[in-house]
Design a protein around this ligand. Sequence first.
Ligand code: CO
Length: 360
Amino acid sequence: MKDLLNLLKDLSEAPGPTGFEGPVRSIMRRNLEPLSDRIETDGIGSLICRRAGMSTSPKIMMSAHMDEVGLMVRYVTSEGFVKFQTLGGWLDQALIGQRWQILTTEGPVNGITGIKTPHVMSGDERAKVFKKESIFLDIGASDKEDAEQRLGVKPGDPIAPTSTFERLNDGHLLLGKAWDDRAGLAVMAGVMESLKETDLPCELFAVSTVQEEVGLRGAHTSSNLVKPDLGINLESGVAGDYPGISEYEAQEKLGAGPAVFLHDSSMLPNLKLRDLVSKTASESNIPLQYNVLSGYGEDGAEIQKSEGGTPVINITVPTRYLHSHNSLIDYRDVEHAIDLVSSLVQKLDDETVNEIAKFD
Ligand code: CO
């Protein structure tokens, strides 16, 4: 895909905590509008782009989520510090010592989560984890009135992590926030672009969902609208290729191709679809990995449970250090995922999808 690195940079740097996906939706709309026949949104903000094929059946739904883990203002203390609610799964350790942006109706307000200086800590205190309930944002306000009146900070305002994109030491790895799931959105945009001149045997939907990190909500509402015959969810996977994580916990490696989830706590894939993905990868010489996770939930689960039940697969871009300010992907895995899903979609005609959905 041309401009893949620019798209990845734009997506990673865009603020989009759960419930505040507007900036990401604008990027997806701008990129997908020229490649779609019809664009609509569902009732909570998921962006549904339709690409007509030679037939209106089967309906194939690709999905990737726009929201990132973030925070929300709970209240401002009388001294002008901001207490927050987490949006999505944060480790308490990952919250501290970071830069953030509060997205107020008047514009962004920068803040930091500071940590008490070690100079005044006891030995016990130095060894402990600071709980999120005790953490606050310092926005340089003199008191509550200054924070609310001059800076315009209100309860309910979303708070996004601040982190700039870079290509790490000129290698293949891309450093940035929110690869979960901006990597999946880039794959979806790449598939739409690579298929733009191709006559499709199906009707193809590229759905950018909202509110995944708080319970797969946009996937639920959008799949009710699309009513897909088959789903391909595109996610950031869990790499297990760095110190302190075991193969038992996660098997994906950066640079070794996209992965298929064989198990996560929300979904089991359709096995015929799993085998078609494997066959497609090997025919096209695309490297493919597998992962089995005990935890993790993803949008594919909602597509799977929609209507009377739908065949779904979750295909991922392996990612290190998810749900933090600094995560890593390998852009070659993004390119391979685009190639894999593009080849797969071209095989999904009525006969193939009916066979996948058939149980004897
Ligand atoms: Co995700």
